[in-house]
Design a protein around this ligand. Structure first.
Ligand SMILES: Cc1ncc(COP(=O)(O)O)c(C=O)c1O
Length: 413
């Protein structure tokens, strides 16, 4: 069913794959259950494993491969920059860093950028900056309000910021100073604000939490409250930023502007890169407050610059909007036949619900059939394909989903 003609086949033999898997089980530290599959190459919407099986990728490297797998612009930018300067030192400016900072501030309406490598680090920078503001302007206020069911990363502080109930007692003691309130409950948020509050940090569409959006009225009220008390509004756009939701930044759907925004995932198209952006008013760090060996590193900057420029040149935010609408409509049509409920999300960050416990079985069956989808919990399927996805890919996805759901729900085949 899938067009594999354009991908280069991997030369690994079956027995080599078996040997590699044995080595993986022996040497790779266990952190998560992985299938016995080794990914070998990728192109556009497709991934290929060492057994030459092809997968249509609607996980998109976990909302990362905005331009699809191994895009030519990224290959060329990396090769060019690697031949020029891989790394100087965080103590010096470099040309791609300056160019990329200029581009990001221009398209976001923010004034300043600090670069990191992962979403968690970008969020850590945001928290530090908010606490600096608290120390300088709010009598030492340090608390940050975040949402129940949110996800902000896996460093210790970001696990404390994250509102996943399962993480509440994990790796105690937690980093102090994070208060969790339910999404879209403005009264709860108002009630949580004290003299100790320096910031509110939110995802505008909760990605890992199962694709739940904040309402316009809620965000508007939060923005007003932040202005009233001099509190910083941080939006975590690590998953939603750079076209994913059908606009360049998710906050544009709401008609508000944050004080700090964090970006990650799609910004490097697969190269590890993230960023924290803020306005002139919060240009508060002093030497020693924040840094990192790889901040603004030339190779990462060249990758980010090429990826973001391509997202802009091809208006991939508009494609995400268009294809997201097709995708939602097709899923709603499937819901006439199968027990799919609550098709939701913005752009190409989409989820739907299934009867409790069925999502992992559906994801596993689809993988057998050459389709990658994410079961974000026992009853939710999340789709976050590359922003280059086309209608033909959506037809292929729906065809495989249909086949798998017939098998799963109607005991056919
Ligand atoms: C909204 C959000 N913030 C932060 C992160 C953490 O990013 P990273 O895994 O790159 O640290 C994620 C990752 O899924 C995310 O979805």
């Amino acid at each position: 069913m899938l067009n594999i003609s354009s991908i280069e086949k991997d030369s690994t033999t079956n027995s080599q794959t078996a040997g590699l898997l044995e080595a993986a089980h022996k040497h790779v530290l266990f952190t998560v259950n992985r299938p016995d599959v080794i990914m070998a190459s990728g192109e556009g919407m497709l991934l290929l494993d060492t057994e030459d099986k092809t997968y249509l990728d609607f996980i998109g490297g976990w909302a990362v491969t905005a331009l699809g797998h191994s895009p030519a612009v990224l290959q060329q930018a990396l090769a060019r920059q690697a031949a020029t300067l891989v790394h100087a030192s965080p103590g010096f400016y470099n040309k791609p860093q300056i160019e990329f900072s200029k581009l990001l501030t221009t398209i976001s309406g923010m004034d300043k950028v600090f670069f990191t490598s992962t979403g968690a680090e970008a969020n850590e920078s945001a928290i530090k900056l908010a606490r600096k503001h608290g120390a300088l302007h709010l009598n030492g206020a340090f608390e940050i309000i975040t949402l129940t069911n949110s996800f902000h990363g896996r460093s210790l502080a970001m696990m404390s910021a994250t509102g996943k109930p399962q993480w509440k007692n994990l790796f105690a003691p937690k980093v102090d100073g994070f208060i969790h309130v339910p999404i879209n409950d403005i009264d709860a948020c108002f009630a949580a604000v004290t003299n100790n509050t320096c910031a509110i940090m939110i995802e505008l569409v909760q990605g890992e939490g199962g694709v739940h959006e904040v309402s316009e009225a809620y965000l508007y009220a939060i923005r007003k409250m932040c202005d009233m008390y001099g509190i910083i509004l941080i939006v975590d756009e690590v998953q939603t930023g750079l076209g994913r939701t059908g606009k360049l930044f998710a906050y544009e759907h709401y008609g508000i502007k944050p004080d700090i925004m964090t970006l990650g995932k799609g910004i490097g198209g697969g190269f590890p890169l993230s960023a924290m952006l803020t306005t002139e008013a919060y240009d508060l760090f002093q030497p020693g407050d924040q840094g990192g060996t790889y901040t603004g590193q030339p190779l990462a900057m060249a990758a980010g610059l090429a990826v973001v420029q391509e997202i802009l040149d091809r208006d991939l935010a508009a494609n995400a909007d268009l294809q997201g609408r097709h995708l939602k409509q097709s899923l709603n049509e499937l819901a006439n036949t199968f027990p799919i409920t609550e098709v939701r999300g913005k752009g190409l960050l989409i989820a739907f619900d299934l009867p409790e416990g069925m999502a992992p079985s559906l994801a596993a069956l689809c993988m057998e059939k050459g389709l990658l989808i994410n079961a974000s919990n026992a009853s939710t399927i999340r789709l976050m394909p590359p922003l280059i996805v086309e209608q033909t890919h959506i037809h292929q996805l729906i065809g495989i989903l249909k086949e798998a759901m017939e098998q799963l729900f109607m005991n056919v085949g």
